[in-house]
Design a protein around this ligand. Structure first.
Ligand code: TXA
Ligand code: MG
Length: 340
């Protein structure tokens, strides 16, 4: 690993970009001087060089920032787990920039095909069988014979993916902490642990992708997200069932995920004094998700609100009620984990 890290570090040292002071975690496996660069040709060239050398780069997507590495290189994938401090090798989402690349990796039946046509590029992850010649490292799929594929819409991620890359990318944060929707959120936990963050501004969706596994007669929803069950059914004609087997775990199914490190009260109509109040709809609060009670605005701001609550001096966070419908299902799912 040190050879590989040396390549990335040497490359960055020569690049002359502005270093951002980043907290170096004492337990950090690889102390890096983490650089944050706005997207442009130079940042793109740097990102591609690091990825080709088997390193990790934080890249914006329309959902959350991802910590990306070459999915076909097992050592590079191991670097993701190492940087995130993941307790176990969960299967990762594989990001592609074209349908042709998706087909090299996974087998699409009619349902998967309909989903890809309706929602790609976009915030939907489709779980399909690996092809016989699937180039993705088995470490990235945790030894499963299926693979979770996503063709993201964000221009920065798309530019880096091109037509032929396959990038494994979980959210760019230390395992168990709140997902990042801004470059500064990435720095807060991965500063000192990765060489480069590409700053593409705040993420427009703000919630991780919907994960769905198509079956012949139905769709299994593994993680709620920006693409709602109604949208999935409208596109395919198939009913949506939530996964309750617990056999396949999405991050949204891990109880302690998204923890901001202090108590979180949800559905709070009368927040106790001394709590950091996250509002939804008109009223006084410390962080307003959406004055007009708009669910997509609230989703895009949710993780930023939790980051703000986590770093405030107040000892607890209270969140006003958010309707359990449409995008509100995914928002409440994340809030439940944050409160667990
Ligand atoms: O929006 C997103 O999806 C973000 C951005 C960066 O794209 N990525 C993300 O990745 O949330 P990650 O690694 O945090 O989510 C991976 C989850 C796993 O925990 C697992 O539950 C599910 O995707 N998954 C991956 N491969 C799977 C498989 N073969 N079968 C079932 N679930 C799978
Ligand atoms: Mg995550």
């Amino acid at each position: 690993m040190s050879g590989l890290l040396g390549v990335a570090k040497g490359w960055l040292a020569a690049s002359g970009s502005v270093a951002i002071a980043a907290r170096v975690n004492a337990s950090s496996p690889a102390p890096f001087e983490t650089r944050v660069r706005p997207f442009g040709q130079e940042a793109m060239d740097q990102a591609c060089a690091i990825l080709d050398a088997g390193g990790c780069v934080a890249i914006p997507t329309e959902t959350v920032y991802g910590l990306a590495a070459d999915a076909t290189n097992a050592e590079a994938v191991a670097g993701i787990y190492e940087a995130k401090g993941r307790p176990s090798f969960n299967p990762l989402i594989i990001h592609v920039g074209s349908m042709a690349q998706a087909r090299r990796i996974g087998t699409f039946d009619a349902g998967a095909q309909a989903l890809a046509e309706a929602f790609w590029p976009g915030p939907l992850t489709i779980v399909v069988p690996r092809t016989a010649s699937c180039p993705v490292a088995t470490l990235a799929t945790a030894g499963l014979d299926t693979v979770a594929l996503r063709h993201p819409a964000h221009p920065v991620m798309r530019a880096i993916l091109g037509d032929d890359r396959a990038l494994a990318a979980p959210s760019a944060n230390v395992s168990g902490s709140v997902s990042p929707t801004k470059a500064a959120h990435v720095l807060a936990t991965l500063g000192g642990r990765i060489p480069l963050v590409i700053d593409g501004g705040p993420c427009s969706e703000g919630l991780e992708s919907t994960i769905v596994a198509p079956r012949a007669d139905r769709l299994i929803l593994l993680r709620p997200g920006p693409i709602t069950p109604d949208m999935l059914t409208a596109a395919t004609g198939l009913p949506v069932e939530s996964d309750t087997s617990g056999k396949i775990t999405a991050p949204g199914q891990i109880a302690s995920h998204y923890a901001p490190g202090k108590p979180v009260l949800v559905d709070c109509t009368a927040p106790p004094a001394e709590t950091f109040v996250i509002g939804f709809g008109p009223g006084e609060c410390d962080y307003q998700l959406s004055e007009s009670a708009n669910l997509s605005e609230a989703a895009a701001r949710l993780f930023d609100a939790l980051h703000a609550g986590a770093t405030s001096a107040k000892p607890a966070i209270a969140i006003m009620p958010i309707p359990h419908e449409g995008l509100g299902l995914a928002i409440n799912d994340r809030l439940k984990r944050a409160a667990a």
